[in-house]
Design a protein around this ligand. Structure first.
Ligand code: AMP
Ligand code: MG
Length: 346
């Protein structure tokens, strides 16, 4: 069947960043087009955050639900002041320590940020990415860039230009190829509590709750590790959706025992099963993919490994559960959604 949402006539080019390519990208964005950009977290699908028609194109290219708000990316604090009504002093302290970097903060929005960008909310999520080409591009555009992850809605986030191309070919005119993303998981999203003096983590990332708690009382929203109820009003609309999933059926395996893991995987050895493991486990007879033995490595590799299960034609993959502390919380949060919360404890 023809997918009528797909803009089939667009030729999608992949170009390495140079002054000329950034100029070309800025011209496209000023005309209201969408361009894929590299960041230190994952690749983003960027458009003028103040232009509702341009942001509409992001939702269409991704097939993203309209109520899932976009993060706006800024290159200086003037852009923050231009976009939001109030900035708690704590936000400025966090900006000083963590920007440019993978911390997204939520503020009451000014009218200049259209409802399309904020998914109809009266707040807007803001961050300053740690990527020099993208910071220069934002500066050249002169406006913040709204940019969700550059994957089809529901698929694993892209950490290379080739991942973006696999999902966006024909849908956008240009992908800026900045190489592999350093972190590999999306930013930490926080909102402020207690009149701007406390922090609530809505989505974990490589900037951890432990790191934030040095600056203020920090709590973690219950939906970070739990499935929201069917009709529950969640603070972060993205928490509602099944996410990050390859075609293979993903299940999380929690165990301390390499032996039990091997025994379990071997009992599923039917040709379609793959094990996604830390790397050193012995005695496993099904094909395995290693996603790294530290939380940082796992964060860096997770989405690429989930995409790899599809490339290999896996029907199902069992992923060994990461640590549930520090950066491991970001990996665990993404895995829970990729697995639609299916977990087996051995
Ligand atoms: P993505 O753009 O794919 O990285 O996802 C952005 C995440 O930030 C989603 O989980 C959104 O629900 C969340 N988010 C963006 N803006 C807001 C906001 N104003 N309030 C709460 N959560 C937000
Ligand atoms: Mg996303």
């Amino acid at each position: 069947m023809i997918n009528r949402d797909k803009v089939t006539f667009l030729k999608t080019e992949i170009k390495k960043p140079s002054y000329e390519v950034l100029c070309e990208a800025a011209e496209l964005i000023k005309k209201g087009e969408v361009v894929a950009i590299p960041t230190e977290t994952v690749y983003g699908l960027a458009a003028d955050a103040y232009n509702p028609e341009a942001c509409e194109k992001i939702f269409k290219a991704k097939g993203r639900p309209q109520d899932n708000p976009l993060i706006i990316h800024i290159c200086d604090l003037d852009m923050l002041k231009n976009s939001v009504k109030e900035i708690p002093p704590l936000a400025l302290t966090l900006a000083e320590h963590f920007w440019s970097g993978s911390l997204t903060m939520i503020f009451p929005k000014k009218d200049i940020v259209p409802d399309t960008t904020s998914g109809g909310l009266d707040t807007v999520a803001v961050r300053m990415p740690d990527n020099e080409d993208t910071l220069n591009l934002i500066k050249m555009c002169g406006v913040p860039l709204a940019a969700p992850s550059a994957n089809l809605s529901g698929s694993p986030s892209p950490t290379t230009a080739q991942h973006v191309y696999a999902d966006m070919n024909g849908r956008i005119p240009l992908i800026i190829d900045g190489g592999e993303c350093k972190n590999g998981v999306e930013s930490t999203v926080i909102c402020f509590t207690d009149g701007g003096t406390g922090i609530k983590v809505l989505r974990p990332g490589v900037i951890t709750a432990e790191m934030l708690s040095r600056f203020a009382k920090t709590e973690t929203d219950k939906n970070v590790f739990a499935k929201p109820d069917e009709n529950e009003k969640v603070i972060s609309p993205g928490a509602k959706y099944k996410h990050y999933s390859p075609r293979a059926d993903i299940t999380i395996i929690e165990t301390d025992s390499d032996g039990k893991l091997a025994e379990f995987l071997n009992s599923k050895n039917d040709g379609g099963t793959y094990g996604v493991i830390f790397g050193g486990e012995k005695g496993i007879e099904v094909p395995t993919i290693s996603y790294g033995s530290t939380a940082q490595e796992q964060a860096h590799n997770l989405f690429a490994v989930l995409r790899k299960t599809d490339e290999l034609g896996a029907k199902r993959a069992y992923v060994r559960c990461p640590e549930k502390t520090g950066v491991g919380t970001a990996v665990y949060n993404r895995l829970l959604r990729a697995a639609a919360f299916k977990t087996i404890i051995l």
